[in-house]
Design a binder for this molecule. Structure first.
Ligand code: TTP
Ligand code: MG
Length: 362
């Protein structure tokens, strides 16, 4: 099989960089995104300026305060970071649909074949870094190689804003020198076991046979055998498209007060609409979800041929489903929820509506 071309993208100091981008006064300063020290909070991440003081992810906040007393400590804004993460993924998806998000700020791309007909993964990676910087005002580091493991290691080598390429002919030397704890799946505990066997680097690891590794480390032992030989069978698995977007809540106490239920439903719908707007989708189906005080779960749906375009129509439909179709005189509701399904990208929905002449530029 021909070698694949894999890129791994990892944003630099992600949460902290977003805060610095949004507030110019924070630029060039030690910014630390952290939980409350009085609640035993820990550091999520920090800017590279703060890293110089020895602050790092997962460190207790009080310790970060000791190391960097003049640091600017901020709470995290997860919804905002998730939005930026989606924007980053959208940029990657312009190159290929074979994009696999790995964490909030990381993704793998298989660019062996791609939408921009570029045969060089290195050029694509540079272009992605430029686009991310231009459109998002953030920097990313990139790694390029022929499998996922090597691409990920590569992206971490020249942070921030670095690009590292590990070519097939360079892999063996690179892996021989690689410290054991850098191999995929090897944490501190396993690294210690290897150290006891006098195995510190890839070259040492190569001396163990497949059966030795399997007997000492169980099933995953054989992964190490292949990884150190530059073989990683994992493929880039694209994120499956969401089929629906929904929210539900368990009520503080069981209720048959329709006024109250409608108000809760309004909030849930508003929340769903926000997510739909962010993801630029419309839906054809509104589903009401309820759980009775007997724990019986019931769903009722209404589907339209054309997607719901007007939010007020979604509110109306959900309320109709609540009022008309679900009438359980002897029951209270324990949970209520709403879900919008049969999703379609907004742009596609709009263009097909225009073709059908149903949509008017007003
Ligand atoms: P990372 O990519 O590990 O870190 P980073 O992007 O902040 O910095 P780097 O330049 O080294 O890549 O994680 C991405 C985000 O995930 C990070 O900005 C905050 C969050 N995170 C936590 O909340 N807790 C953690 O322990 C880690 C490691 C990350
Ligand atoms: Mg990162």
């Amino acid at each position: 099989m021909a070698l694949r071309k894999i890129i791994h993208i990892d944003m630099d100091a992600f949460f902290a960089s977003i805060e610095q981008r949004d507030n110019p006064q924070l630029r060039g300063k030690p910014v630390i995104i952290a939980g409350d020290p009085s609640k035993r909070g820990v550091v999520s991440t920090c800017s590279y300026e703060a890293r110089r003081f020895g602050v790092h992810s997962a460190m207790p906040t009080y310790r970060a305060k000791q190391l960097c007393p003049n640091g600017i400590f901020l709470p995290s804004r997860m919804d905002h970071y998730r939005r930026v993460s989606r924007e980053m993924l959208q940029i990657l998806q312009e190159v290929t649909d074979r994009v696999e998000p790995f964490s909030i700020d990381e993704a793998y791309l298989d660019v062996t074949e791609n939408k921009i007909n570029c045969s060089s993964a290195t050029i694509i990676a540079k272009e992605l870094q430029r686009t991310i910087s231009r459109r998002l005002g953030l920097t990313a580091s990139a790694g390029v190689s022929y499998n996922l493991f090597l691409a990920k290691i590569a992206s971490g080598l020249k942070k921030p804003a670095g690009l590292t390429v590990i070519r097939p002919e360079e892999a063996a030397t690179f892996l021989d020198r690689l410290p054991i704890e850098k191999f995929y799946g090897i944490g501190k505990v396993t690294a210690k076991k290897f150290a006891d066997l006098q195995i510190f680097r890839g070259a040492d690891l190569k001396k163990l046979s497949l059966s030795e590794l399997s007997s000492r480390f169980g099933k995953i032992g054989k992964n190490y055998y292949y990884l150190v030989r530059g073989e990683d069978p994992r493929v880039v698995t694209p994120q499956r498209k969401r089929k629906s977007i929904g929210r539900e809540v368990t009520l503080l106490s069981d209720s048959d007060d329709f006024g109250q239920l409608e108000r809760i439903l309004d909030q849930l719908i508003a929340d769903v609409l926000r997510t739909m707007a962010e993801e630029r989708v419309l839906g054809h189906t509104v589903t009401l979800i309820i759980r009775l005080d007997t724990f019986q779960r019931i769903t009722r749906s209404f589907t339209k041929a054309a997607p719901f375009f007007d939010p007020s129509e979604i509110y109306r439909t959900a309320k109709n489903l609540l009022q008309q179709r679900i009438n359980f005189p002897n029951h209270r509701l324990r949970l209520i929820g709403i879900s919008i399904g049969k999703l379609i990208e907004k742009e596609r929905a709009l263009s097909s509506l225009m073709v059908q002449g149903e949509f008017n530029f007003g």
